[in-house]
Design a protein around this ligand. Structure first.
Ligand SMILES: Cc1cc2nc3c(=O)[nH]c(=O)nc-3n(C[C@H](O)[C@H](O)[C@H](O)COP(=O)(O)O)c2cc1C
Length: 243
């Protein structure tokens, strides 16, 4: 067994935490591990806000749609795409910086996601639990105001970290044949149908048979409405114009 691969395959989001605190030195070490991630052209287009004030944690929990674990976890980090630092650094060398390109939005969003996932794995390797919180994009402007994010910085997601107070099952993933395609794209409806059966069985076992849904059905609310339709205007207002 390769322990790294075992760790990666044993991930579960944790939404209940004990009172035990993460030592600050460990938190800093997790961020350093995050910084070890590959980064587009070495641009490191991210900043992480460690939210320590209890009142701000409570506010963020509400802004994220009433997710109590945002306030209850040992630590809460807000991962931001940051195009301010690299563009200003280039500007100081005399570059005639062009801002607001769609590519810059992609670079910063990808960079911060790779960095965050390194933090997540590092945390899990220390026996900690994590939960990403995309819910902060329900109210991205209020989150940005609270954290005093400048222009060209936007909050992509949060992350709860702490000592797990629950032991949830590992959530199944799609069959690898659906995801790994040889040479060219191919249809995967058959694998999706198999996965729907897997997920129905998973929910019935986990919820004592209460939840009668499958993966495809769970996707409906994501795609039958304009979820977080405010994001486009918000990003443009923050200087990610998508030119
Ligand atoms: C970018 C991102 C945002 C997420 N946002 C939330 C969230 O706001 N609240 C939550 O409880 N879980 C959130 N999750 C966790 C997912 O629901 C979870 O990863 C998914 O259901 C798979 O379950 P697992 O992590 O236990 O394997 C998020 C995950 C990602 C990657």
């Amino acid at each position: 067994m390769n322990p790294t691969i075992e760790l990666l395959k044993s991930h579960r989001s944790i939404r209940k935490f004990t009172e035990q605190k993460i030592p600050h030195e460990l938190l800093v070490e997790l961020i350093r591990a995050g910084q070890g991630a590959a980064t587009s052209s070495h641009v490191q287009a991210y900043s992480v806000i460690h939210v320590t004030k209890p009142e701000n944690r409570e506010t963020l929990a509400e802004l994220a749609g009433g997710q109590g674990y945002v306030a209850g976890a040992s630590d809460f980090l807000v991962f931001c795409a940051d195009m301010k630092r690299p563009t200003e650094a280039a500007e100081r060398t005399g570059a005639n910086v062009v801002r607001g390109m769609t590519e810059q939005l992609l670079v910063a969003s990808i960079d911060v996601a790779l960095m965050a996932q390194n933090v997540a794995i590092a945390a899990e390797s220390e026996g900690l639990g994590i939960c990403y919180i995309g819910g902060i994009r329900n109210n991205p402007a209020a989150v940005s105001d609270l954290l005093r994010l400048p222009k060209h910085v936007y909050p992509v997601f949060g992350m709860c970290l702490g000592h797990p107070a629950q032991d949830p099952d590992i959530k199944p993933r799609l069959p690898v044949e659906a995801v790994l395609k040889e040479d060219t794209y191919c249809d995967d409806r058959e694998q999706v149908e198999a996965f729907d059966a897997t997920m129905r069985a998973y929910y019935q076992a986990r919820k004592g048979g209460n939840k009668d849904a499958n993966w495809s059905q769970n996707l409906t609310p994501l795609f039958d409405s304009k979820l977080r339709a405010h994001m486009r205007d918000f990003l443009i207002e923050r200087g990610f114009e998508m030119k």
